[in-house]
Ligand binder design. Structure first.
Ligand SMILES: Cc1ncc(COP(=O)(O)O)c(C=O)c1O
Length: 467
């Protein structure tokens, strides 16, 4: 019998320490983690450290990180420029529930990078940012309903957890009459009823919805790309058409830029697609991984603050987050970090193409080179429901193989790969391409032999979806 070529043999990683910590963590943390999205059962990763574009788990395994914490780490892990500044500032004290100059500067930078913004306020998470954005829209318009697109993720407050990410598309209801599907229990029915699901990239259906219910709708909240389905892009002109429709019906447009902000362009997806929203939410790339977030809007819409709408938070604008935002946004503003990231993404895609094209498999890259996915399909996906018709089992098998070989994309095929500035260094991109190539070969070989590759159980709990 001939031996398998080395590339087809899936290496097994040492995971003794992680298995032990998983057992220990299970006694205290549900699922062994602090977020459902990190609970991967026996494959749950316990991290030791990160530097640049790489991370090390507590067993000492090194991975090129393609998750970058679901996007925030835009420059690289442990970026000395940001960390030194944060360290220097935090020694002056971190929480006063008073306002520091860093907070003012951070919001000035948000304005400078997004010239349409009139006023902005900090929050600690993207979840809080979208929650407040919705409240501002309701207060400003005096209407209660918010439209959101199926498959879009806006965080974990009750108003955001509707029609997010079921595995079974039938749960989303009829294509012409989508239902509001609560993700998990505990969301009051009356709250859920204020969120109206719509289909991304379907402007005719949106017009019909606005014609039926427009007078009750305060805002539509839009992830400019479908980040929860590998960053599916809008059809040409879609955002312009949405903007025009909202103006026609007096409905506010909220751009949820938590993933795209300070990543797609210095002015985020609003700049990239040439849209002027009424409100936007920012988080991830704003603080290079520190918990900095914000909501922002035109002067007119934000005028409901501070007198007419509640917003606060003990940690809102805390020194660590504010300092991280000041330094990170200054780097994004004054250097060519984003150009480097975009070029690195294009280089990676070119390498992946050279691996994929000779195989004759149908595939498309979704998203933007700085945040993209690979979908195995011969039709261009345009909405969340289309993910179900892709060969995501093949993708999942490749992702598992990549983990074993030292690169870590999300094990769920709905999450895009995220690039950071540090990925440009050394041979990182060549290594990702070679790891992808070996993992693809192994996945196809296993499929040809009828073997199934075990993918991690991703423990999202509610039984009706994943992130
Ligand atoms: C588009 C979008 N909005 C909101 C959120 C929620 O942000 P956070 O996890 O900081 O609460 C996320 C997080 O992934 C996101 O991608």
């Amino acid at each position: 019998m001939t031996a398998e070529p080395a590339s087809l043999t899936t290496p097994s990683l040492t995971r003794d320490q992680q298995r032990a910590l998983y057992r220990r963590a299970l006694r205290t943390l549900p699922g062994g983690t602090n977020s459902n999205f990190r609970a991967w059962g026996e494959s749950t990763v316990y991290v030791d450290r990160g530097k640049g574009g790489s991370i090390w788990d507590i067993d000492g395994n090194e991975f090129i990180d393609l998750r970058m914490g679901y996007g925030p780490v835009i420059l690289g892990h442990g970026d000395d420029r940001v960390d030194d500044y944060v360290n220097e500032r935090m020694r002056k004290g971190v929480s006063f529930s008073l306002t520091s100059e860093d907070e003012v500067r951070a919001m000035e930078l948000v304005k400078e990078l997004n010239p349409w913004v009139g006023k902005a306020r900090m929050t600690v998470s993207g979840t809080e940012a979208t929650m407040h954005a919705m409240r501002i829209a309701r207060a400003y318009t005096g209407r209660d309903k918010i439209v959101k697109f199926e498959g879009q993720y806006h965080g974990v407050h009750d108003y955001a957890l509707i029609s997010v990410a079921p595995d079974n598309m039938a749960d989303l209801g009829d294509e012409d009459n989508p239902v509001g599907l609560a993700w998990g229990r505990g969301i009051p029915g009356e709250v859920a009823k204020t969120i109206v699901p719509a289909r991304y990239n379907n402007i005719d259906a949106l017009r019909r919805l606005f014609e039926r219910q427009g007078s009750e709708i305060a805002a539509i909240i839009v992830e400019p790309v479908l980040g929860n389905a590998q960053g599916i892009m809008p059809k040409p002109g879609f955002h312009q058409a949405v903007r025009a429709l909202t103006e026609e019906f007096g409905i506010l447009l909220i751009f949820d830029e938590v993933k795209t902000g300070f990543r797609f362009a210095k002015g985020g997806a609003a700049e990239f697609f040439g849209i002027r929203p009424d409100i936007a939410t920012y988080a991830k790339a704003m603080g290079n991984g520190y918990p900095a977030a914000a909501f922002a809007g035109t002067d007119e819409v934000m005028s409901v603050l501070p007198d007419k709408v509640s917003h606060g938070g003990t940690y809102a604008g805390n020194r660590v987050a504010a300092a991280a935002a000041v330094k990170t946004l200054t780097i994004i503003k004054e250097t060519n970090a984003l150009e480097t990231i975009h070029e690195t993404g294009r280089r990676l895609q070119a390498g992946l193409r050279s691996v994929l094209d000779p195989k004759g498999l149908p595939y498309v890259f979704t998203g933007h080179p700085c945040m993209f996915g690979i979908m195995f399909t011969d039709t261009d996906p345009s909405e969340y429901r289309d993910w179900a018709n892709t060969d995501h089992e093949l993708y999942d098998a490749i992702a598992v193989g990549m983990h074993a070989r030292g690169a870590m994309p999300e094990p769920d095929s709905r999450e895009p790969w995220f690039l950071c500035e540090a990925h440009a260094a050394g041979d990182t991109i060549d290594r990702v391409i070679s790891i992808f190539s070996d993992s693809l070969d192994a996945a196809l070989d296993a499929r040809a032999k009828g073997q199934s590759i075990e993918t991690p159980h991703v423990g999202f709990g509610a039984g009706d979806g994943s992130h």
